[in-house]
Design a protein around this ligand. Structure first.
Ligand code: CUA
Length: 336
């Protein structure tokens, strides 16, 4: 990839032209007023120059018209910038319902990705063109930031919680991926690429690496490995609440407060169970802090979400739920 000398990076996502239009507008406004002010200074130099020695300037006592003009015009311009920017910002922050979820885990100093179909990559992400992609991201250590200039998306990646970014790549090609938060001595080398492929090429690429397990299937294995299934039964008869159909629903705590069970909630429940004791249950769950990597945690979340019908890999989750149900009921019988 030869660096091209151009004002802007390539436009390769649904956001690119919108962000560039706003940026172009702000740039044009700035250029216009910079030139206007420079021109006015120049004209006034000449118009109001001292023509003879001892000449004294005439004091101006203001002009209502001028004052109104220089208040209203900037107000209108900044409001246009604000509303225009807010519209784009809100669109960027509103992940479409039908987005396909990919996972990203950042650590010093690399990016780990996992596809909904299970493929894992380091520092490179392959995605199909024209698909709405949601990236759920977290960090194993410090704050990083995910930035793909060609997509005009940038989002901080934080330890201990999830952040998301979404986009739809609309042009095949390979684009730079940067970490844009100083994260230690090798921050500058925390770079990678995103390859946008035609759907057929993407399918070929996916099947090229041999069979892999989907994140929720791996999560189902972890669910057994960490014996979560000895407390979380399908019905609410276990020592912990049932995890069937809970994702996205409201939960009530012992102290009467409520919260929506989203990704961050599930994460906190596993890492800091004492902070999220559901009403009617005892705080007996051990913490899994330090036992589960962020990658494993995302797989576990993927499995728990699949129990609520959140289908990330289209087609395979039903099978995953079946397997898990069988094993869970088997353990139920043993435990009860
Ligand atoms: Cu990671 Cu900078």
């Amino acid at each position: 990839m030869m660096p091209e000398l151009s004002m802007f990076p390539e436009q390769a996502s649904n956001f690119a032209s919108k962000v560039d239009a706003l940026y172009g507008f702000a740039l044009a406004i700035s250029a216009f007023f910079s030139l206007l002010i420079a021109l006015i200074i120049f004209v006034f130099f000449i118009k109001y120059r001292r023509r003879e020695a001892g000449e004294v300037g005439v004091q101006s006592h203001g002009s209502t018209l001028l004052e109104v003009a220089w208040s209203i015009i900037p107000l209108v311009i900044t409001m246009v910038l604000f509303v225009w920017g807010a519209v784009i910002f809100i669109e960027m922050k509103t992940v479409p319902e039908d987005a396909t979820e990919y996972y990203a885990t950042a650590k010093q100093w690399m990016w780990k990705f996992q596809h909904p179909e299970g493929q894992r990559e380091i520092n490179h992400l392959h995605i199909p063109v024209g698909e709405t992609i949601k990236l759920t991201m977290t960090s194993e250590d410090v704050i990083h930031s995910f930035f793909v200039p060609a997509f005009r998306v940038k989002q901080d990646v934080l330890p201990g919680r999830y952040t998301t970014v979404w986009f739809e790549a609309n042009k095949a090609g390979t684009y730079h991926l940067f970490c844009t938060e100083y994260c230690g001595s090798h921050h500058a080398q925390m770079i990678g690429s995103v390859t946008v492929m035609e759907p057929d090429d993407y399918q070929a690429w996916l099947s090229g690496g041999g069979p892999v397990a989907a994140p929720q299937d791996l999560g189902a294995q972890l669910f057994e490995q960490y014996i979560c299934n000895t407390c979380h039964y399908e019905d609410d008869s276990g020592r912990g609440p049932s995890l069937i159909g809970i994702y996205g629903e409201e939960v009530k705590f012992a102290d009467g407060t409520t919260r929506i069970r989203d990704d961050d909630y599930l994460r906190e429940s596993i890492m800091h169970p004492a902070a999220t004791v559901v009403e009617g249950y005892l705080q007996i769950m051990p913490t899994y802090q330090g036992q589960l990597s962020e990658v494993s945690l995302l797989q576990l979340l993927s499995y728990i979400k699949s129990l609520s019908g959140v289908d990330e890999s289209a087609g395979e989750s039903a099978e995953a739920v079946d397997t898990a149900d069988t094993s869970a009921s088997g353990d139920d019988a043993a435990g009860g």
